[in-house]
Design a binder for this molecule. Structure first.
Ligand code: TYD
Length: 198
């Protein structure tokens, strides 16, 4: 049987990484392929340079770079799913909609991603929802802040954009909004029970 494709989304500092690791261990670490976007490829490296501010790219260039990165990533994701492994991905096209959608035409970004047959639809997307001030508090413990993490108002706008997108996709995608301000164990139990449904 083919594996399930599970995506985690959320603002930086929303606790995605912790919940991804917990879900992977509940599913059985050897049965799961853990991955993330931007990827570790050359395109992913260019994206990271731009995110850190050391390379100048327009929002449109960023949207296209994330798209190219995702198309290559899908080849790898597909192989693991076909081999029967579940794939858990930290960020996917919803991040392009929320972050690049703030600065480019959202409809163009959505069309490029959703209209591309080389980009698969996840079986489920978990949105780790917390207030931007909660994320900011957690992020301040990390050494380097990327451009998106610097501005609380921008984080609020990004969260609003995620919700705008989720409302547009509510009939075509399986999106679960998770209240991520609760106890870590409570959150991971809820996520595991939702994954068991699929
Ligand atoms: P990174 O530090 O690699 O991951 P995370 O913060 O999730 O641990 O940063 C990824 C950044 O890339 C994050 O700020 C959101 C941004 N991003 C986009 O703007 N568009 C996209 O399509 C993706 C996948 C990420």
């Amino acid at each position: 049987m083919a594996g399930r494709f599970i995506v985690f989304e959320g603002l930086d500092g929303s606790g995605k990484s912790t919940q991804i690791l917990r879900l992977a261990s509940k599913l059985g670490r050897e049965k799961v392929f853990l991955t993330a976007e931007p990827t570790e490829t050359a395109i992913g490296g260019t994206i990271r340079e731009a995110l850190s501010g050391s390379l100048k790219k327009t929002p449109f260039e960023m949207a296209a770079l994330f798209l190219a990165d995702r198309i290559s990533h899908n080849i790898l994701i597909g192989k693991h799913l076909e081999n029967g492994r579940d794939v858990i991905c930290d960020r996917y096209y919803y991040s392009s909609f929320a972050y690049q959608g703030l600065e480019c035409d959202l409809s163009w970004v959505m069309h490029m991603n959703l209209g591309c047959s080389a980009i698969r639809r996840p079986d489920v997307c978990f949105f780790m929802d917390v207030s931007p001030s909660y994320c900011r508090q957690r992020m301040s413990q990390r050494a380097e802040l990327e451009i998106f993490e610097k501005d609380l108002a921008l984080m609020q706008k990004t969260r609003d954009k995620f919700f705008e997108v989720f409302s547009l996709l509510k009939d075509s995608e399986n999106i679960k909004i998770i209240d991520a301000s609760r106890h870590i164990e409570t959150i991971s139990e809820e996520i595991f029970s939702l994954v068991s449904e699929i």
